[in-house]
Design a protein around this ligand. Structure first.
Ligand SMILES: Nc1ncnc2c1ncn2[C@@H]1O[C@H](COP(=O)(O)OP(=O)(O)O)[C@@H](O)[C@H]1O
Ligand SMILES: [Mg+2]
Length: 407
């Protein structure tokens, strides 16, 4: 899918160069001339500590929130468009504002989208502060030359589509789905969708406004023409799936010259069921694709993976989900058996004690329980021989009273 040169230039305008996310990288070594915000305190509250990335509409920093207990980390995005073209600046500004609005709307209601903490201007510059995601981005999982197993890719696509379905339900197109903009959280292994700086709310812009925003390779043709749809995001997710299965980057993949569809199956070990779903995610014609993340997710979940690909593999996210289930089951079983055994031993011990401490002629609870006859006086024996029930017999021993012989 060759993009016209003019489109590529427009896209480069708003594309991003993310910095390594390990906090020990070159980010730290960047000087304060290039990033004058480093070490500054914004609003008397957010102290900028590191550079995380630099995109078309500004820079992203790691900061600490001095107002909160424990001074937790947060992420500050500084609006600073690289292109000073007067036609571009207002568009970039409106994207920045929309990022804040989207985070406010979505982040408050979904755990896998960062929450917006603040959105303000200071000294004429605009800032956006959001929750820090402690994790790493998917470029560390989807590595060139390394193909992931079908099971891992299935789970990855499912995880991404679940969050994206929530975004699409709000009629918001993310427009920049790619491994750099998806993080895996350390605490629970869940994926978190970041960088809402390219979003488009359906119906928000006039019909005459066409701007191409996105990243080549993950951007379908209609988006490159400035007419993105919800299914443009589905295309990007499909491309991530192909990248993960083949170990090839989007620009290393070939297209069928007749159909313009991506040729990739022969480069991957994948079942037809999953490959068919991915193919329908990356169809060149948007009308032939799943129309939203919800549709793609349903199709993905309806594929029945052959048993061979559901075997547990080490280091795959879903595999360690089933382990705690088994562990818990055996733990509970063991606890149950232990408690029952202790109870039985206690009862037997109690009964044994009782048997040993009773007077020789008295029936013990144990004797009654086991129906063992005790030594009785000859009179009592006489009476009982004729008309006592076991119950009466017992009572008479505890509270002796004359028993009339029946006539
Ligand atoms: N909420 C966040 N938590 C942790 N890291 C983040 C967060 N938001 C962004 N980052 C890091 O900063 C980089 C740049 O941020 P991003 O929002 O993608 O802006 P852009 O791509 O426009 O520069 C990301 O690739 C990621 O490594
Ligand atoms: Mg980004």
């Amino acid at each position: 899918m060759e993009l016209p040169q003019s489109k590529i230039e427009t896209i480069k305008l708003l594309g991003s160069v993310d910095c390594d996310n390990t906090y020990s990288s070159s980010c730290r070594t960047r000087n304060t001339h290039q990033y004058p915000l480093l070490k500054k305190i914004l609003r008397n509250r957010f102290e900028i500590t590191q550079v995380l990335g630099s995109g078309g509409s500004g820079d992203t920093y790691l900061a600490v929130d001095l107002d909160l207990p424990g001074k937790p980390h947060c992420v500050v995005k500084h609006f600073k468009p690289k292109d000073s073209n007067p036609a571009v600046v207002p568009i970039a500004k409106s994207l920045f504002t929309r990022e804040a609005e989207a985070l406010y709307q979505l982040g408050n209601n979904h755990d896998q989208i960062p929450t917006l903490f603040a959105h303000f201007d200071e000294d004429g510059d605009f800032y956006l502060v959001q929750r820090f995601v402690d994790g790493y981005d998917l470029t560390q999982e989807i590595i060139v030359g390394k193909s992931l197993s079908e099971n891992a890719v299935f789970n990855l696509l499912k995880d991404i589509l679940e969050v994206l379905a929530f975004v699409h339900q709000h009629n918001i197109i993310h427009r920049d789905i790619k491994p750099q903009n998806i993080m895996r959280r350390h605490s629970d292994g869940k994926v978190v969708l970041i960088d809402f700086g390219s979003i488009k709310k359906l119906g928000a812009l006039g019909a005459n406004v066409t701007i191409a925003v996105g990243t080549p390779g993950y951007m379908p043709s209609e988006q490159a023409k400035g007419k993105p749809k919800l299914c443009s995001d589905v295309y990007a997710v499909g491309m991530i799936g192909i990248q993960a299965l083949t170990g090839l980057q989007p620009n290393q993949l070939q297209e069928d010259p007749d159909t313009e569809e991506i040729i990739w199956r022969h480069k991957a070990q994948v079942s037809d069921a999953l490959a068919d779903v991915i193919d329908l995610m990356v169809r060149d014609r948007h009308s032939q694709r799943y129309q939203s993340a919800t549709e793609a997710l349903q199709a993905l979940l309806s594929t029945k993976l052959p048993p061979s690909v559901t075997i547990a593999e080490p280091n795959q996210n879903a595999d360690h989900k089933s382990l705690p289930l088994f562990r818990n089951f055996f733990l509970l079983l063991g606890m149950g058996l232990g408690v029952t055994t202790s109870l039985v031993i206690l009862v037997l011990f109690y009964a044994f004690l009782n048997a040993n401490t009773s007077l020789p002629d008295q029936p013990t609870k144990f004797n009654r329980l086991m129906d063992i006859p005790t030594n009785k006086s000859s009179d009592q024996k006489e009476v009982c021989k004729n008309n006592c029930t076991i119950e009466e017999n017992t009572k008479s021993q505890i509270y002796p009273h004359p028993v009339k012989k029946s006539q």
